[in-house]
Design a protein around this ligand. Structure first.
Ligand code: BDR
Ligand code: CA
Length: 311
C-alpha cells in the first residue's frame, strides 16, 4: 500500500476524503493526519479530524496540529460554506482520542527523513502552509517526497473564493508558490475537476442507502454542503472537492490530465492566489505539474460509495 500523509482542514469534503482513504487499506497506509487552519481555525480542524477518525473506527490514527495561520497573511476562513464548526451536518460526538503533542510540521519532517526516500506521498487538501513550512525548515526532505497530490487551483473553471482564485491557494498563496516551485512530482485536482464531481440528490441518496453510521454521516455531511451550492453556477449539486485526490490515486484512468507549467499569483490584490496555467505552453517555462481537468464523475461516485460501504 502507498504510504500517505493527508494534510487537511476539515471541512465536510475533507472528512469524506479521509473516510475514502481509510476505506481503502489495500491501497493506502495513512501514516497520519496533519491539520492546518483553513476552512475554520486550527482548534476546530484538529477536533473535526479526530471526530472523523473515530467515526471510521480509527482512534489509533495519529492526528497532528500544524500551522494556525498562513505564512505571511491573516487567515481567511469559510464558515459561510462549512458552518460554524467546519463540520456542520451530522451529529458526531466530541472526540476522545488524543491530539499528538508533536507539531504537524515536525511530524512531516521526521517522517520524510525516517522513511526511505521516495516512499511517502503527501495529499494536501487545505491551504499549503504546513507543507511549505516543512520544506522551508528542512530543505533536505523535498527530494525525499514520492509525490504530492493536492486539491487546489482553477483554470477554465474560474475561482470560487474570488473571481480568479480557488480557496486553498488563495488562503496561502506564498505557501502554494513554494510547493509549486519545489520540483516535487506534483498533481493538482483543481475546480475544473471538482466542479464536475457534483453531489446530486441521487448520489446523496446512495450514500444514505449504505445504511451504516458512515453512510448516514456522509449523507449528512454532503447534504449540509449542498445548502451552500451557489445557484449561480447552475449546477445540480455541490462539488465534492477533496475526495478527488484519493480518487485520482486509486483510479487515474477515471481522469484526464495535462502536464503544464503552473505559477501562483502572489502580488496582485485582484487575482491573489490565482493559478496561472500555461495551457498552450506559450511561456517556455518548464512544466511543473500534472493539471487534472476532467473526471468520469459517475464512475468516481460509484467507487466512493462502494468503498465507504466497507467502513
Ligand atoms: C477547497 O476549499 C475548501 O473549502 C474545501 O475543503 C476544499 O479543500 C475547495 O476550494
Ligand atoms: Ca479542504
Amino acid at each position: 500500500a502507498r504510504q500517505i500523509i493527508i494534510d487537511t482542514d476539515p471541512g465536510q469534503d475533507d472528512a469524506v476524503a479521509i473516510l475514502f482513504a481509510l476505506a481503502c487499506p489495500e491501497a493506502f497506509d495513512v501514516l497520519g493526519l496533519t491539520c492546518v487552519a483553513g476552512n475554520v481555525p486550527l482548534d476546530l480542524t484538529t477536533r473535526n479530524a479526530r471526530k472523523i477518525c473515530e467515526l471510521a473506527g480509527r482512534p489509533d490514527l495519529a492526528v497532528f496540529a500544524g500551522c494556525d495561520r498562513p505564512l505571511g497573511r491573516a487567515l481567511v476562513t469559510a464558515e459561510h460554506v462549512h458552518g460554524r464548526s467546519g463540520l456542520d451536518g451530522p451529529d458526531l460526538p466530541e472526540p476522545t482520542m488524543p491530539l499528538q503533542d508533536q507539531h504537524a510540521v515536525d511530524f512531516l519532517i521526521d517522517t520524510l527523513r525516517a522513511r526511505p526516500a521516495g516512499t511517502v506521498t503527501l495529499v494536501p487538501i487545505g491551504p499549503l502552509t504546513n507543507i511549505a513550512t516543512a520544506f522551508q525548515r528542512a530543505p533536505d526532505i523535498v527530494a525525499r517526497v514520492q509525490e504530492i497530490v493536492l486539491m487546489g487551483g482553477a483554470h477554465a473553471a474560474h475561482g470560487n473564493v474570488t473571481p480568479a482564485a480557488e480557496f486553498n491557494i488563495h488562503v496561502d498563496p506564498e505557501a502554494a508558490a513554494c510547493v509549486l516551485a519545489s520540483g516535487v512530482l506534483l498533481t493538482l485536482l483543481p475546480l475544473d475537476v471538482t466542479h464536475q464531481a457534483l453531489v446530486t440528490p441521487a448520489r446523496n441518496a446512495a450514500f444514505r442507502a449504505i445504511g451504516t453510521p458512515v453512510g448516514e454521516a456522509v449523507g449528512a455531511l454532503t447534504g449540509f454542503y449542498e445548502r451552500y451550492r451557489p445557484e449561480r453556477h447552475g449546477a445540480d449539486g455541490a462539488p465534492l472537492h477533496d475526495p478527488c485526490t484519493i480518487g485520482w490515486l486509486l483510479r487515474p484512468d477515471l481522469f484526464t490530465a495535462r502536464h503544464v507549467n503552473v505559477e501562483i499569483e502572489t502580488h496582485s490584490e485582484l487575482t491573489m492566489g490565482m493559478t496561472v496555467v500555461d495551457w498552450w505552453a506559450v511561456t517556455g517555462r518548464p512544466a511543473n505539474a500534472t493539471f487534472v481537468h476532467d473526471i468520469n464523475a459517475q464512475a468516481f461516485f460509484d467507487l466512493l460509495t462502494e468503498r465507504l460501504a466497507r467502513l
